[in-house]
Every structure is written in C-alpha cells, then in structure tokens.
Design a protein around this ligand. Structure first.
Ligand SMILES: Cc1ncc(COP(=O)(O)O)c(C=O)c1O
Length: 408
C-alpha cells in the first residue's frame, strides 16, 4: 500500500507496494478473487456501479481486484519518476489482458478504423507481424513496414502514406535485438499527428521508460520478465490519454473479451514485486554471457545491444539503463551447429518464451518465427542458424560451464 504522505523513492519499493489495497480480512497478500461477478447491497447500488456513479467491481470480464493490483503496479513502474507537461506526476492507466496478443488486438482495434494504416519496423514479434499484415487487412487496415532505424526511411513512409495513424515500435526487437530511436521517431510521429506505441517487453520499465519521450502507449507481454517465472500468459496495455483509456479503449477491451483471470493476475503481481532484483541479476549475467560468446571461436556472431559491435549499441545506450538479458547468436557451423549445441545443454532449457528465472533458448526460424516466409526471415537477419537466448538468474559460472561444454 502506498501513502500520499510518504512518496516512495525507489523503483523496487514501488514494485513491492504500489497497487496493493488493505484486504478487508487483513490478509497480507491480496487473495485470489475467483469470482465472476460482484454483489450489490441493494439494486440501486448495482445501477450506480453500471452508470459509473459509484466505483466498484461488476463482472470479471470488466475488472477484478487481482487485475487492479497488477495494473496499478505496472502503471506506477512505467511512470516512475516521470512528470507531465505541467510538472505533475505523470498519470497512466493500465489494462490487463489474457495475453500479449489480446492487448495488442485492443491497441489496434481501439485506435484504427477502416482505411487507416499502421507503421512498424520489420523486426517484430511474429504474432504481431501476422496480426497487422494478415488479419487487420481483412478489416480494411493496412500495415506499412519500413526500416525505422533509418529516420529518412521512416519519414518517406509517412509522406507516402498519409493514412498512417499509429506507429508501433518494438525495441529491442524480437529476435534480432534491433533498436529504434524512440525519442526521434516520436518527434516525427507527433509532427504528423500519429499515435505512438512501444512494445517494452524485452526491456521492462526498469530498463526503459518510453513515456519519457512522449509516446501514447506502452505494451508488454507480461508473460515474460514482468511475471518473471514463466507461470502465466498475460499482456498489458498502458496509456496516457486517461479519458480515452477509460472510455473507448476500455470499451474495446471489454467487448473483445480478452480479460485476464484472477489466478494469472495474482501470479503476475507476485512476480513484479521482485522485478528490480531480478533484472539486476539478469543483466549482470547477460553481459558475462555475451562477452563469453563473442570471444568463443565456435561463435560467428552475437546480437547483444551491450556489445559495441551491435549496430544499435548507441541507441540502446541512449534509451536503456542497461541493454537487458536478451540476445541472439549464430554458430560458425550454422543450423546444424546450433541444433547440436542446444541438444548438448545440461542445465539451460530448450523452450520458447523469455524472461524466466531459468536460462532458456530457442531457435526462432523454426519456432517463434516459423510462420514468416524464409526470404523475409533471411532479409531481416532471422537466419537458420540463429539461436535466441534469455539469460536467467543462475550462478553465472554454471551458465558459462554449460555453454562451454555444449560448444565443445
Ligand atoms: C516482444 C513480444 N511482444 C509480444 C508478444 C506476444 O505476447 P503473448 O505471447 O503473451 O501473447 C511476445 C511473445 O513472445 C513477444 O516476445
């Protein structure tokens, strides 16, 4: 619980205490409110809740105390230390969803209509790529994909497509770890009346706060570092236009029905509490692993924003507190070398997803990015030999020992 008269100074303290309300039964940890509906003392109270005259829960597709706790925590972390144009604490609203894809669907359907276009970079989570290039066109919304690391190309795309209403940035991007300049692109978008959303899944609010640069939305697959333990799928959409968030975006979310559930929201809340501690350790380990891989004779290439050899090293340094715990790499022996390496691992785990406490690895070309045509994957650097790595919280020596023996 936070107290107005005792503003918390540390990110870790906010992660622990924000969003918590005193439980009526005095339970320390918010219990799991496994209830589809909430009752009224009298019929009139139900009417007041429906009309918005009285705050309170109605139906768990619309809201639930477990969702609220996680939503308030995430909003507090995304806005931590940030001020609005009047030097007041920046206010944000977060809406929890059943998955990252559900939150991205609310973002797109809540902001775009027939005839509009969405601009994005080519290195993107494959589910979003499919949503904007295959599903949304069925409803008259088109995608424009450009190399947004090049501001001239971004400007050209905007000039050629006045229908662009939303610019969606994923930085660092999955799985190439490419970064785009949030500040410069937001300036360009604002000059052209375009909304900006940022997928902050890889970075988390601890390492990167896109609202600092005036973006309109931040999105997370909470399945990843925010949950941190691989125990629940989830997504969140955070917005700064409170009026819109409370009206049309809430409406879109409720009608599409991509609500979270109390158990997953409970797990997410427990995970967020240790975000700062976990990220510090994830990042320390990742830097060691990246250096180890970059120096290893069997490794052809390492994509890690913390290495000066990465083309987006400077952008990452500008907008991230630390380059994070995600990387990808290729072995000199290509795809077969990668398969052999993954099969020899004794501790690190072969699985998709990312941001778990354990170190996990996957092969994007045949797994997460399977649905993208091979020519496109090759063009965008998602080669057959690429391995994506999410560095976990184990003791660093065990991670390095496992890699060393698997690379032998
Ligand atoms: C960067 C990124 N954005 C969005 C998503 C989609 O999230 P979810 O799987 O929770 O629906 C993912 C999933 O891997 C992701 O990595």
């Amino acid at each position: 619980m936070t107290d107005k008269n005792f503003p918390l100074k540390g990110f870790g303290s906010v992660a622990l205490h924000a969003g918590h309300t005193q439980d009526p039964m005095y339970s320390h940890i918010t219990p799991i409110y496994a209830s589809s509906t909430f009752v009224y003392d009298e019929a009139e109270q139900g009417m007041r809740r429906f009309s918005g005259e009285e705050e309170g829960y109605i139906y768990s597709r619309w809201g639930n105390p477990n969702f609220s706790e996680a939503e308030k925590k995430i909003a507090a972390l995304e806005t931590f230390g940030l001020k609005d144009e009047n030097s007041h604490d920046l206010q944000l609203k977060a809406i929890l969803h059943s998955s990252g894809m559900a939150a991205l669907t609310t973002l797109m359907m809540g902001n775009l209509k027939k005839g509009d276009k969405v601009l994005s970079h080519y290195s993107l989570y494959s589910g979003l790529e499919e949503l904007i290039t295959k599903i949304l066109p069925q409803f008259g919304v088109e995608a424009v994909i450009a190399d947004l690391r090049d501001l001239n190309k971004a400007e050209e795309a905007i000039k050629a497509n006045p229908e662009i209403k939303l610019m969606h940035l994923e930085t660092p991007a999955n799985p190439t770890l490419q970064c785009v300049d949030i500040e410069a692109l937001t300036k360009l978008a604002k000059a052209n009346n375009i909304l900006v959303s940022v997928d902050n899944t890889f970075a988390t609010p601890y390492l990167q706060q896109p609202f600092r640069y005036g973006v309109d939305y931040v999105f997370h697959s909470t399945t990843k570092f925010l949950n941190g333990h691989g125990t629940a799928i989830g997504g969140v959409l955070v917005g700064k236009d409170l009026e819109k968030m409370n009206s049309s975006i809430t409406k879109t979310h409720r009608i599409l029905g991509g609500n979270s559930n109390p158990f997953d929201a409970f797990l997410l809340t427990q995970g967020i509490k240790t975000l700062e501690l976990r990220m510090d350790r994830h990042c320390l380990n990742a830097m060691e692993v990246a250096k180890f891989l970059a120096d290893h004779p069997a490794v052809e290439k390492v994509n890690y924003n913390g290495l000066e050899s990465h083309p987006d090293y400077k952008i990452a340094k500008k907008q991230m507190k630390h380059p994070g715990a995600m990387m990808s790499f290729e072995l000199k022996k290509g795809k077969q070398g990668g398969i052999d390496f993954m099969n020899k691992l004794k501790m690190c785990i072969r699985t998709v997803s990312l941001g778990t406490a354990e170190t996990i690895l996957c092969h994007p070309a045949s797994m997460t990015h399977y649905a993208i045509p091979k020519e496109e994957k090759d063009k965008y650097g998602i080669t057959d030999g690429l391995i994506r790595l999410s560095v976990g919280l184990e003791n660093i020596q065990d991670i390095l020992n496992d890699f060393e023996q698997a690379l032998r």
